[in-house]
Design a protein around this ligand. Structure first.
Ligand code: X2X
Length: 359
């Protein structure tokens, strides 16, 4: 009996040594919190859910990410997101460069007014930044400040909507009260156009639109304006592409380190697929048809596939500015670009220009 116990104990030890620990044994959290500023039905919210679902599926439920939309984890204050992610109150965030730009000045690059709007192909220009040296400089700046970045996505080019309009020249912006995000470059851009910008968190903006406390706002068409039914508040849409907000998939560094190397690879792969989905949602009906084909191919076509026609059906007047009209707005905001190039770092702006020129 004694001998039997001895041998069986040895055999058990050998087994334990030989067998790799099952991944399920890693001390993972029961739930990882992922922050999103706008609502669940925004393109941005849908992109976050796509990521969470993909990760849950591919990890067979080992990594359970829960999306918290509508700035729930931020007590409504969207510019606190970076700090909360860094200090571990949040595990993941699918975040806009705009909301993190008060802490990381480099993220104002894509908020330089009309920098991308005047490029021959604004989407290719954005892709070139994300894949190029300037994108890497932006990611490095974030990681230096303490948040791991595993991928990009896209909220989209931000277009104007107003209750007064249409807007076709910079003069049309004169005196309009416009809701903007609490990031300084926005105030300067709208003042340069003669408008009267007011800071308002997104969590309060819809109520503000309802009550008519502002004349207008700017947000991406597919991602925000259509899901929000902006025509309930504003009848005029002006397609001016003045800035874009790319999104970044950020992870708290301690959380990132807690994942096994295999799971880090899995998460990065899911982030890369999320980028394709998020960009396609943002660009649907606005590019050469590639986004439509992609969303069809993965069986994820949203209800609205022709955003301009759809907004017109809802009673909006849609004005799509010509390159010549956009050039006038670009000229009117030249000083903001120059001032902010100095603040952001001329090296970064030069790198972005080189990245965009190479496409
Ligand atoms: O506040 C906004 O306008 C929004 C939802 O687009 C961002 O979070 C940048």
């Amino acid at each position: 009996m004694k001998r039997f116990l001895h041998w069986s104990a040895l055999a058990l030890c050998a087994c334990l040594l030989a067998a790799p620990l099952p991944a399920a044994a890693a001390p993972y959290k029961a739930e990882y919190k992922l922050s999103v500023v706008p609502g669940a039905t925004s393109g941005w919210g849908m992109t976050a859910s796509y990521f969470a679902d993909l990760v849950r599926d591919r990890s067979q439920g080992r990594i359970n990410i829960k999306v918290y939309p509508s700035s729930q984890l931020l007590a409504g204050k969207q510019t606190s997101e970076f700090l909360m992610l860094r200090n571990g109150a949040i595990d993941f965030a699918l975040a806009s460069t705009i909301n993190w730009s008060p802490q990381i000045k480099e993220l104002n690059l894509t908020a330089l007014p009309f920098l991308l709007a005047v490029q021959p192909d604004r989407y290719k220009a954005m892709d070139a930044i994300m894949a190029g040296k300037s994108g890497k400089m932006m990611v490095d700046a974030i990681e230096k400040k303490g948040v791991k970045i595993i991928g990009w996505a896209e909220n989209g080019f931000r277009e104007m909507t107003t209750g007064k309009g249409p807007i076709t020249t910079p003069e049309d912006m004169n005196g309009l009260k416009i809701r903007v995000v609490g990031s300084p470059i926005f105030i300067e851009t709208f003042r340069a156009l003669g408008a009267n910008p007011v800071n308002m968190n997104w969590s309060e903006a819809t109520t503000g639109f309802q009550q008519g406390v502002v004349d207008g706002q700017e947000n991406p068409t597919n991602g925000i304006n259509i899901p929000l039914k902006i025509w309930d508040f504003h009848k005029y849409h002006c397609d001016w592409h003045y800035i874009i907000d790319p999104l970044l998939m950020g992870v708290n560094p301690a959380v990132w380190q807690s994942f096994s190397p295999e799971d880090r690879k899995l998460l990065s792969e899911c982030a890369a697929e999320t980028e394709k989905y998020g960009k396609a949602l943002s660009r649907l009906g606005m590019d050469d048809g590639a986004s439509l084909a992609y969303l069809k191919s993965i069986g994820k076509l949203p209800a609205v596939t022709e955003p301009y026609a759809f907004m017109e059906q809802q009673g909006m007047t849609v004005t799509r500015l010509s390159p010549e009209q956009i050039a006038k707005f670009s000229e009117a905001t030249r000083k903001v670009r120059e001032d902010w190039t100095a603040k952001i770092g001329p090296e970064l702006v030069k790198a972005a220009e080189a990245d965009m020129a190479a496409v």
